[in-house]
Each structure stands twice: as structure tokens, then as C-alpha cells.
Ligand binder design. Structure first.
Ligand code: GTP
Ligand code: MG
Length: 205
């Protein structure tokens, strides 16, 4: 997939703000600070289109990035940020529910986990959520550049096992420091997009 133009269409806090042109959407979920926004920037060859922050959990919005007027990449709000209030966690839950449960344009949610650590309970739950609403689990192991060579195999095995991944699931190492995983993710989006999925006519421009 070659990308020419990418721009933020909307930072939505409620479903009525979601784009209404029926284009396919590919979403990225994962805990705060795992690298969702960085991954989107990397895929789009943009330094700071999606905001990357040192302080996690600041934004609780669903950000829709328009890619060449054909699809949207969707940056979902992160979870697992310790300094969140109960009200903020509830807000997060209902926003995610609204989106994951009801969004017909959503083709695939990619789950990002930190390649250095065992997936958290929240990661496991997110994996179950993605499986429940879709049929395949695609996991992206971020910050892969931070692994020592000797850690690669055991860490990937731990992610696979902890998330209960199976034959049909996919695990992709990813790093923003080089091109690790970049073309794999872009190719997967392209392949999912070309699948037998009905597209709204507005998509063609
Ligand atoms: P929230 O928006 O808070 O949910 O976080 P996020 O998942 O969008 O994470 P973000 O992209 O803001 O990245 C968090 C931090 O991790 C930043 O300091 C990034 O520079 C760093 N980071 C992200 N990806 C990588 C990577 O592949 N390698 C390294 N070394 N650092 C990374
Ligand atoms: Mg972010």
C-alpha cells in the first residue's frame, strides 16, 4: 500500500462524531504508552501526525486518520494508565464498547503489546474482546528494537501463550527505529481491504 496523503479527520468522543462516509477502518488498541500513535506515524511516514506523548493517558478520544480518501486508521484510547480516575476508566470502557461493538466499518482491530513484557491482564482482556467482535487476532509486538537477540524467541513465545493465540492468529514484531514490521502491517491492511467486504460507494473518489 502506498500512502500519499494522511490527515486527522476527527478526534471523536462520541459516535455521532465518527466519519459517516462508510470507508473501511483499521483500528489500533493497546495500553497507554505501548506505541499506538508512534506506529501510525511510522506507517504514514509522518513524524508527528499522531501525537506521541511522554505523559500517557492524556487523551481519551478516538482519532480517525484519513488515508488518501480511501480508508481510516483509527487510534484508540489507551488503557492501563494507573493515574486514571474511576470515572475516566468508565468513560474509556463505554467509548470502546460503542466503537468495537457497533462500528460496521471496522475491518480489523490490531492489538499492540510491548515486546519486552508479559502481556497484562488488560491486554488479555482486550485480546478476548477483539476475538469476540472479529474473527482473527492480529498482535503487534512494539519496541522490538529494545530486545536483546536472546530475548526475541522467549518474549514472542510468552506473548503468544499469554494471549492464548492460535493457528489463525498473527504476531508481528514492530519497531519505529527501523522498518521492522512496517511493510507487514501495511500489506495486511491492503489484503484485508481487498477482501470480500462490501464497501460504501462513497469510498470511491
Ligand atoms: P497513549 O496515546 O498514551 O495511549 O500512548 P501510545 O500507545 O500512543 O504511545 P506513543 O506512541 O505515544 O509512544 C509512547 C512512547 O514510546 C514514546 O516515547 C515513543 O517514542 C516510544 N516508542 C514507541 N514506539 C517505539 C519503538 O518502536 N521503539 C522505541 N525505542 N520507542 C518507541
Ligand atoms: Mg497515543
Amino acid at each position: 500500500m502506498n500512502i500519499h496523503n494522511a490527515e486527522l479527520t476527527v478526534s471523536a468522543v462520541s459516535p455521532k462524531q465518527y466519519p459517516s462516509d462508510g470507508r473501511m477502518e483499521f483500528a489500533f488498541a493497546g495500553r497507554s504508552n505501548v506505541g499506538k500513535s508512534s506506529l501510525i506515524n511510522k506507517l504514514l511516514n509522518r513524524k508527528s501526525l499522531a501525537r506521541v506523548s511522554g505523559t500517557p493517558g492524556k487523551t481519551v478520544t478516538i482519532n480517525f486518520y484519513d488515508i488518501d480518501k480511501t480508508i481510516y486508521l483509527v487510534d484508540l484510547p489507551g488503557y492501563g494508565y494507573a493515574k486514571r480516575s474511576k470515572a475516566e476508566i468508565e468513560q474509556w470502557g463505554s467509548m470502546m464498547d460503542d466503537y468495537l461493538e457497533n462500528r460496521e466499518n471496522l475491518v480489523q482491530t490490531f492489538l499492540l503489546v510491548d515486546s519486552r513484557h508479559k502481556p497484562s491482564k488488560d491486554d488479555v482482556q482486550m485480546a478476548e474482546w477483539i476475538r469476540h467482535y472479529g474473527d482473527r487476532l492480529i498482535v503487534i509486538a512494539t519496541k522490538f528494537d529494545k530486545l536483546k537477540k536472546s530475548e526475541i524467541e522467549p518474549n514472542m513465545a510468552l506473548i503468544w501463550e499469554t494471549l492464548g493465540m492460535g493457528e489463525d492468529d498473527i504476531l508481528v514484531p514492530f519497531s519505529t527505529k527501523d522498518d521492522e514490521g512496517k511493510y507487514t502491517v501495511l500489506d495486511m491492511i491492503e489484503m484485508l481491504r481487498a477482501g470480500d467486504i462490501v464497501i460504501d460507494e462513497n469510498m470511491e473518489e
